[in-house]
Design a protein around this ligand. Structure first.
Ligand code: ADP
Length: 485
């Protein structure tokens, strides 16, 4: 099937979170399974410079009159993946983060920046490139949410659509005045359409108009149908439950494998004997590089995260004294909320040999943290899938997570029965409270004090199968259902 993936980010060209990891891994897995896959991306500077051999395919004029060029090339960093890029410098040629300005304010014209993305997908479906047209458009998150809407109104529906929710909390909601410029029929702007409490919602457009919907874990697929986690869209999602699937993200072995990871000072593999000298060396190197005491016996907790309320970081701050009192260390890498940055900066300044905080985006350090860490903290309030706990599993840094979303689907707590059955692979807490988080921390310390058990649990985590082949098969089934509709 000819499949067009539409996404605002793609690893390794441009990444702010898990969406990029998925967009960078899924096309290759689909192609390996025999699908004819291309991607459509906005022409942000990092994307334009990462796509080779760009040639013009079509000149486009957006419904609101703006001109853009549709280019085609290949992404060398992704095995020459064929890519369409929207060249519209007035919309995309801005330094830094694709969604917000230097003061962390969302760009005022983001409705146009991303309407163009969805609209261009529909133009490809109706033949903008005479050599290739998608039979199926797979739109990711609100940035691509208008693609299913535009497609739904094309005469003859030349392509079906699948919409994937990576995080329902970011909805792309704009005032009603933007609707007129979008070039959609007025009937689209109603409750049975993309209207959401009087506003235009790109997320709702995707959820309402797509032939099929997916989200990134089975638990999150259930959770978003509840008022507590539905962000006001749970009614619509319950109504569409019959076309909604939860497909757990995979781990891209080309990028995340401690046996081949060139970003690590030492590589290691399982099974090679459970002691893994390479991992111990990674820990010592990391402690040294971050200015922490180089101690094998101090459990090192690592955290790689956007710094937002979603990620439950206040639990880590609240629990930090207890963590340090028990002899642990904390190493954090994150960027985002200034108040959270300040809080961690202060904690690191107060105990520089035991707490390290690095701010900004650093792919290499992220890899070294999972490799050097003993425990990966992911105490998110909600988590659609979560990738860092999966990287923690793969790299032998046992995840400590809140039982929610994809975290619940991937981590099994060290209860006595799961230890006995060999299924435990981390630490899971139920209540989103300092008390429950603290108890999970204590379980981690208790297990760390029993090295043989620790190594056994770690081996279970590292052996968890998690490539992209299986999720790709699941997506292909969804595509077939969409096509058969
Ligand atoms: P989300 O998409 O909500 O940010 P995920 O766990 O799904 O959360 O994906 C986060 C991805 O971003 C992971 O690949 C993680 O390693 C990476 N990441 C997060 N923060 C940073 C950072 N400061 N530097 C490098 N990588 C980061």
């Amino acid at each position: 099937m000819r499949v067009l993936q539409v996404s605002a980010e793609i690893f390794p060209l441009l990444k702010t979170g898990g969406l990029a990891d998925v967009a960078g891994a899924l096309p290759a897995a689909l192609a390996a399974a025999g699908e004819d896959v291309r991607v459509l991306l906005p022409g942000f500077p990092a994307i334009l410079s990462g796509v080779a051999g760009l040639v013009p395919v079509a000149g486009l004029r957006a419904p609101w009159g703006e001109a853009a060029r549709l280019l085609h090339g290949r992404i060398p960093a992704l095995g020459q993946l064929p890519a369409y890029v929207l060249d519209a410098p007035a919309l995309y040629d801005r330094p830094g983060n694709p969604y917000e300005d230097a003061e962390h304010r969302p760009y005022a014209d983001s409705h146009r920046r991303f309407a163009l993305l969805g609209w261009a997908a529909a133009q490809l479906a109706r033949g903008a490139d005479p050599h290739w047209a998608p039979e199926l458009v797979h739109a990711h998150d609100w940035h691509a949410g208008l693609a299913p809407a535009y497609l739904a109104y094309l005469p003859g529906q030349p392509a079906r659509s699948v919409f994937t929710v990576h995080n329902l909390a970011y909805q792309g909601r704009f005032g009603p005045d933007v609707f007129a410029g979008l070039g959609l029929p007025s009937s689209a702007f109603q409750v049975n359409g993309l209207e959401f409490h009087g506003d235009v919602s790109f997320m709702k457009a995707g959820l309402y108009f797509a032939d099929r919907i997916t989200t990134v874990s089975p638990s999150y697929a259930r959770e978003i149908q509840t008022p507590a986690q539905g962000q006001g869209l749970d009614g619509l999602l319950r109504g569409r439950a019959g076309v909604l699937d939860g497909i757990l993200n995979g781990v891209d072995d080309r990028v995340w494998d401690p046996a081949t990871d060139t970003l690590l000072p030492h590589r290691y593999r399982m099974p090679e004997g459970r002691r893994m000298a390479g991992k111990a060396l990674c820990k010592a190197c990391l402690q040294h590089a971050l200015g922490l005491e180089v101690r094998a016996d101090a459990p090192l907790f690592v955290l790689v995260s956007r710094l937002t309320e979603q990620k439950g970081l206040h639990l880590v701050l609240d629990g930090l004294d207890a963590l340090l009192a028990r002899g642990g260390q904390l190493a954090l890498l994150g960027s985002g909320d200034a108040a959270l940055e300040d809080a961690f900066r202060q904690r690191a300044a107060a105990a520089p040999r035991r707490v390290a905080a690095t701010f900004g985006y650093d792919e290499a350090l992220a890899h070294r943290l999972f490799a050097g860490g003993d425990v990966t903290l992911v105490p998110s309030m909600f988590e659609p899938c979560g990738l860092t706990q999966m990287y923690g599993l793969r790299y032998g840094a046992l995840p400590l997570v809140h039982r929610v979303g994809g975290l619940a689907d991937t981590v099994t707590d060290c209860t006595l029965e799961d230890l006995a059955e060999g299924t435990a692979n981390g630490f899971v807490f139920d209540g989103f409270t300092a008390r429950d988080f603290g108890r999970a921390l204590r379980r981690a310390f208790a297990l760390f004090a029993r090295p043989a058990d620790w190594r056994r649990v770690r081996a279970t985590g590292m052996r968890r199968p998690a490539g992209w082949a299986e999720p790709a098969q699941r997506y292909i089934e969804v595509y077939r259902h969409a096509a058969a509709r």
